[in-house]
Design a protein around this ligand. Structure first.
Ligand code: CUA
Length: 311
């Protein structure tokens, strides 16, 4: 393994890639051993027990209990090891560390756009600090796409009308290829990008130079919040109004009129904006107009970023 890559896997350059590779090679070597064993036994039996004459009748053989027991228990055990280990790696891949640097990703036919916390916008190239966890919150403007960086061993579908996320921590400063791995139209294969991982100082310098291109998502969202008169019904200081206050909303547990409880994450907020009747908060009338569903996706992203910031 190491950093150079192998016949099976490309170089590895993230904090999780080592574990992903170890799991891959475990299943790989188990498969090799079983394949060689099965083929060798088959070849041996073909020769050893071949029919020697027209009148040759094999004896009636009863299976051994011990053999059957082993043939059931051993594979079950192997599968459980792979499952348990795989599940642990799956969790690690899916739960971003709390202090992650967050970038919003928008996929569209056929490009990747990135919005940084200060409002900087880049297309195609994703600049990140190396040796720091990066969380990407992704959605698509049109069809299904998939974000894939082989060296980081991360791959995640990017879906219209829903947020998905992925995180990684580059273990060295370098550039890495981004691929789209979901067929998304006739220029799918050209939907490429680059992760530019920089030492923290260089990243800060880059951001200082590139910054100021746009509004920070939560600043833009704050503007939209008052432009769309959201503040008429939703306070930002905890005062209840026609609708719930936005203060401390993000990440909290919300009781619904149905009696269910949900966590107010990006997808919950998005649904509450575009399809407000789907989830009505307990203690409030279903008074939210459905017209906000017509807001363009980047405005919904900004509103969510703003609501998140109201703590
Ligand atoms: Cu986007 Cu394939």
């Amino acid at each position: 393994m190491g950093d150079r890559g192998t016949f099976w896997l490309p170089e590895s350059a993230s904090t999780v890639s080592g574990e992903v590779d170890a799991l891959f090679y475990l299943t790989y070597w188990i498969s090799v051993v079983i394949f060689v064993g099965v083929v060798a036994a088959m070849a041996y039996f073909v020769v050893r027990y071949r029919r020697r004459s027209e009148s040759d009748v094999p004896p009636n053989v009863h299976a051994s209990r011990a053999f059957e027991f082993t043939a059931i228990v051993l594979p079950t055990f192997l599968v459980l090891i792979v499952f348990t280990w795989g599940f642990r790696v799956y969790l690690k891949l899916n739960v971003a560390p709390p202090a992650s640097y967050e970038v919003q990703v928008t996929a569209s036919q056929w490009k990747w756009d990135f919005i940084y916390p200060d409002g900087t916008v880049t297309a195609g190239d994703l600049h990140v600090p190396a040796n720091r966890p990066i969380r990407l919150v992704m959605n698509s403007m049109d069809v299904l796409h998939s974000f894939f960086v082989p060296e980081f061993r991360v791959k995640q579908d990017v879906i219209p009308d829903r947020y998905t996320s992925v995180w990684f921590e580059a273990t060295r400063a370098d550039t890495f290829q981004i691929y789209c791995t979901e067929y998304c139209g006739n220029q799918h294969s050209g939907m490429l990008g680059t992760v530019v991982a920089l030492p923290q100082d260089d990243f800060d310098a880059w951001l200082g130079q590139a910054g100021g291109g746009g509004l920070a998502p939560e600043v833009y969202g704050e503007r939209l919040f008052s432009q769309n008169n959201c503040n008429t019904c939703h306070s930002v200081d905890g005062t209840p109004g026609v609708g719930p206050s936005m203060q401390g909303l993000f990440g909290s547990e919300r009781a619904l009129t149905t009696g269910e409880t949900v966590t107010a994450d990006e997808n919950y907020l998005r649904e509450s904006i575009v399809n407000p009747m789907a989830t009505v908060a307990q203690g409030y009338a279903p008074a939210m107009p459905a017209s906000f569903g017509a807001l363009p996706p980047e405005q919904i992203n900004a509103l969510i970023a703003y609501i998140r910031s109201v703590q």
